[in-house]
Design a protein around this ligand. Structure first.
Ligand SMILES: [Zn+2]
Length: 189
């Protein structure tokens, strides 16, 4: 399968910024590290991978979706860290475009795999939103909000390379579970 992996934000857009010890922790860095690990694992599973960015650089939302569409990827997966005004907000959630059955086919096992592998994290479920990257991609698309970088405890979790790899491992496992399922009734989003 051709999988387009999209590390959220980058360049002058750091995404959400949390604190870990006395350091700022930027969503765009965490997302990129998770994506690089995810790429390695998906390559091992025999998939072809395309990253929308491999370094810290600016990339518009249309550039990300056009990239995935140009390579005719079979799956688009965007990786983010969540943020909320309330510092205690925590948990993992996966987003799909509203009513996307093909998106849900991937999102459900990815969310399940993440919350099983990271069982001490809150399961916020699969959610629907009209996000650009979910709407403008011509293939099944999911967006994973890995944890809340705005929560000091979860920022510490996200900052650890070992945990970034655990997240990547769980997502890769979820994708391989999804590949074992029969295809749902088709839709184009
Ligand atoms: Zn983000």
């Amino acid at each position: 399968m051709k999988i387009c992996i999209d590390p959220g934000h980058g360049g002058t857009d750091p995404g959400a910024v949390g604190r870990c010890g006395d350091q700022d922790l930027c969503e765009h860095d965490i997302a990129l590290q998770i994506c690089l690990s995810l790429e390695e694992l998906l390559l091992e599973q025999g998939h072809l991978t395309y990253l929308t960015r491999r370094v810290d650089r600016n990339l518009s939302l249309p550039a990300r979706t056009q990239f995935a569409n140009r390579y005719q990827a079979d799956l688009f997966i965007s990786i983010h860290c969540n943020a909320a005004y309330q510092p205690t907000a925590a948990g993992i959630e996966t987003w799909i475009h509203p009513f996307s059955n093909v998106g849900r086919q991937y999102a459900t096992p990815i969310q399940k795999s993440l919350t099983q592998a990271l069982s001490d994290h809150k399961n916020r479920g699969v959610k629907e939103a009209d996000f650009h990257v979910l709407r403008e991609t011509a293939m099944p698309a999911v967006l994973v909000e890995t944890e809340f970088i705005s929560n000091p405890e979860q920022a510490e979790f996200l900052a650890k390379g070992e945990n970034q790899r655990r997240i990547a491992q769980a997502i890769a496992e979820g994708i391989s579970q999804a590949c074992l399922q029969p295809a749902p009734a088709g839709d184009e989003s």
